[in-house]
Ligand binder design. Sequence first.
Ligand SMILES: [Zn+2]
Length: 597
Amino acid sequence: MGILDEDIARVREATDIVGLISERLALKRVGRRFVGLCPFHTEKTPSFSVNADLGLYHCFSCQESGDAITFVRKLDGLDFVEAVERLASRAGIQLRYDSAAAGKDRQRRERLTAAVQEAVDFYHRLLLEDPRGGRARGYLRSRGFDGDAARRFVLGWAPEGFDLLSRHLYDRKFSRDDIAAAGLAFVNRAQKAQDFFRSRLMFPIFDRAGVPVGFGARTLDGDGPKYKNTAETALYHKSRLLYGLNWAKAEVGARDEVVICEGYTDVMGFALAGVPNAVATCGTALADEHVQILKAFTRHVILAYDADAAGQNAAEKWYQWEQRFDIEVKVAALPPGRDPGDLWREDPTALVKAVEGASRFMQFKVDRVLAAADLASPEGRARAAEELVPVLREHPNELVREQYIQTAAGTLGFDHVWFKQAIARRPPRSSASGRDRGAEDPEEWSARPPVRPMPVDGREEDVLRWAIHDPALVADWLDASFFADPVAHGAFEVLAAHHDFHEALEASEGPVRALLERLAVEEPEADAEPETIRARLIVNTVVPAAERLQRRLVAEGDDRAMQVQPQLDAVRSAAASGWAAGEAPAMQLVRWISEWT
Ligand SMILES: [Zn+2]
């Protein structure tokens, strides 16, 4: 829908840029220019300068610049057409569009907007002045919201009755179809408009420019869903709407930070507690489009969800957004089980502090695990380490992960290599599906003993080292199934599949490649005859493998578990008199394991 170029030029000429900008910030004349504090970044000394003659502004600090149209676009988050329309109405200019259809569409949107505005006023009056709004006023008071709060957020009450709003709008000359198209009513079987919201506390939802587009509505009776929102209309697009952004955007820009909370009363609570830069989604989960909209205002996002909800929130979604939209996500440290809509009046400073003390998503999740752990006992620390592995694994950036690993390892008194190997055991999840720990590979979790601080056996590395440096020693007996560690397992598989070590290296990636590269430079010490080394490798590899097999058979209730023990005893006692003596019984075990796994 294009506005005629001629009209755009007229709007530019008719707009006094100093007057326009002065509505938003204080400008001081300095010579022929006007200067003030830049609205696009936070500053204490003015570097924002306006040239009235040219109709342009420029910030010497953050380099934002433009004309009246860009100013309105950027500050109010409007698109070009919306910005021109805003300035045109300010200057009293009637715009012409280059297609009749576009003009008609615009007129229709204006009618729908007017209908929603009328509904906002209707509901608001009922809440503030009408006896029918008494119950809603009582409810709001019980939550600590007084008349000023109701006025500030233009709250309303949708009365009982089938068509009170619709009849009110008919009186104001709105057509049945427009009332329905604005999402305020639906047409019933008798072809009459029937109000969409009845007997509900109304939270009007405005677009970021402050135009009313729909409602979120809360029941006070427990009838139907607790919250109900306007259905998608020509005006109301839930995936692009953020409740409160119209009020918060100036503060979001000034503080260079946005707080995202879960509900309408949370936004109100934050604002009343002195955190006016909070917004909420409107009855939907935060989506790509929301993040994209917020990114136009700030790159710093603070989630103020209930601590449990935030903890369960698929963190990887946030890590992806951080990367994709180049934003920084933190989680506010709200007291568990408390929502901002209630906390604000009992302890408003707690809300301010929760935002100030927000930590990065990964830190938040790590802290939660550590806070719940018993760090005084070895068992508690081991459990915490196990629980941290999936948390740490979620972060897609290796350098970031590495730093959290170092800190966690230090706190728990573990070697950070353990974490790295435990994390490498399965690659970082790349899908967006939010599987939680309990849902991932139950087999592997139950197959592992509950406490296992050093799962990677040095013996597995040793045999791999020999497999690289002297493959003949292992060629006729070593099998991938002897490796418990997935990385070591993968490394052996790739070695076995290639004749040449360099080919194997080229065919590998990630932690497997890293392990191969390291072992390649760690030449094993030939401290004995090749036959002795070979026997030692067989015994050292097959004994732990047989122990794992035995545990598995026991767990599965398989009687063959009984047969493993005497064989293991035989290997151990034979090897006690020299590695070479252990070779024969160990080879017997090699055959069993190969058969049974
Ligand atoms: Zn600036």
